[in-house]
Design a protein. Structure first.
Length: 89
């Protein structure tokens, strides 16, 4: 099903770095409920882009792309949820 070779290992390391870099923003937003600095259009565009990367990962059978983008899309979904829930009118 999935082939793990040195190229995929590089992808897994890159996926860990890029996904881990995104998580502090989600945590900070969750703890502070401060969404003023989040642009909803940017977050939605990022969501679409990551969804497409996830689809690409499945089509290419790349475990690194699938794992990274699965975690990232959940994180982005949380940011969208926080932005809508805590948005001050």
């Amino acid at each position: 099903m999935f082939q793990i070779d040195y190229i995929e290992i590089i992808g897994l390391i890159a996926a860990t770095c890029t996904t881990a870099a995104f998580l502090p923003q989600v945590y900070k937003t969750w703890k502070t409920k401060d969404v003023a600095g989040l642009s909803l259009p940017m977050v939605l565009m990022l969501f679409i882009g990551v969804a497409l990367w996830l689809l690409y990962g499945f089509l290419m059978k790349s475990i690194s792309i699938i794992i990274a983008n699965s975690i990232t899309i959940i994180s982005i979904f949380l940011l969208v949820y926080f932005k809508i829930k805590h948005h001050k009118k």
